[in-house]
Design a protein around this ligand. Sequence first.
Ligand code: C2E
Ligand code: MG
Ligand code: MG
Length: 511
Amino acid sequence: MITAKPPLALSAWGLMFLPMAGASLLTGLFVLGVSFSNHLAILSPAPLLIAALLTYAALLFLLGRSGLANIRALEVRAVTDPLTLMPNRHALHAQIAQLSRGDAEVALAVIDLDSFKQVNDHYGHAVGDVLIARCAEVIREVCGKEARCYRLGGDEFAALMSGKVAGTILEGLCRTLLDRLSSPIELDGRHIVVGASIGLARSTATARVPSSEMLRRADVAMTMSKRGGRMRCTWFNESFDRRRERMREIAEEIRAGIAAGEFRLAYQPLVSAESGRIVAVEALLRWDRGARAPLGPNIFIPVAEDSGLINPLGAWVLRQAVCDARRWEGITLAVNISAAQLRNAEFPIKLGEVLEETGFPPHRLELEVTETCLVLDPEVAERTLDVIRSFGVRIALDDFGTGYASIGFLRRFRFEKLKLDRSLVELAGVDEASRAMMLSSVALARALDMGVTAEGVETKDQAELARLAGCDQLQGWLYHRALSAAEIDRLIEAQENAATGSGEAGGTASA
Ligand code: C2E
Ligand code: MG
Ligand code: MG
């Protein structure tokens, strides 16, 4: 490792020439002194002058040599990452520029570790540094002699290749790397699975791109890998740029929409599988965009999450939903919560404030979280969920059946409810394997003392199947679509009237 720092604020060449100039000056003064001195009792000054010149030459040689060595060390230091000793970002730019002068394809992979931040946060920076060094070893091993590898900074690495089919070979190496990084790495007795997301970009003789653009493209592709669920590699595609631009525009529109009050809530009832009565409502966000093309929450919520706007938006949803649901006595209110909200340390505090200010009974509130919310940072999520539960609020796992939730995962988070995703409910009606999965999911939830809701029930057959499987609540267009708060008022009133025998129940009307 190179740790020496230049003592003066001089360039490397300055550091080399300054001592040489000093030596020359001293020698010159000495020669002048000897030549013109009447006091030196020397018979002939010639041998003295020759000795001085020889010393001067030797000094120049030594200073020059050590100066050159210093310059080389500084140059190496400027292009080397001190922790991994891999070449750094400057070196990568230079290498891409050099390779781009030839005719061959140049392929670049940007590799970003998935769970590095959590390791740093939980075990400290010293362990984080060791992990980076270990991952660097793995990357070096996988790249071997075929690709050059670099550390770009933080938990970001790169691999570069050139050649006829560089892209294909590099993609193969990246897949091997993903495989290797999906196995636990042992660090001081801890086993850490770090994982990685990779973005790939290429430049060919007919379509050369500058190194900065190539790096940007690989970086954009890497972000797409992260968004797609991590542990994958993605090739850059021009459409990513258009998408990013559109996302940026939507984020701006959301910001303006919040200020202009364009958001509203709709509520979709959940009915009891046994009685068909409305037992809960789920708040679903809607955006009134006037003449502009409509956008559903599946589009705008991820943009709000990425831009951080989900925090003000989610806070508004929670307060509004609680205010509306206060009057729906005996009915549970379900509110969807994003990963970004759950990660925000302010969230439980804000939740506590809303409950206190509105006087909403916490046991009537259920927060719906998705698996991705929890797997990204399980320790933080667990702590936050514990605080939320301490208020008396329940937690439901939404969209179950779309991810990889294991039994261990379900036990760890002890959800009060499991919501079977619409895709599972739909497939269970047509496919034997999905039906088996639905049955075993319900059995598992029951064993862990969780309630089960089937989402997206559209047909009587699906409702019957879900009921037989053991689901206790059903939600779907067969019963009700998402309705305005005023429509929910009417439905609940009709239901109460029916119960007291003074009117008709809302039945299975949908709006
Ligand atoms: P989700 O929480 O799983 O909500 C259920 C979605 O399925 C809703 O879509 C609902 O309208 C739709 N749905 C319900 N029954 C049926 C059915 O029988 N058939 C079909 N085809 N669809 C049905 P929506 O309102 O578009 O919401 C989509 C997702 O957006 C929600 O999925 C939720 O993850 C998210 N979302 C909605 N509102 C919020 C919110 O306030 N905050 C957060 N963080 N996410 C929200
Ligand atoms: Mg939901
Ligand atoms: Mg769902």
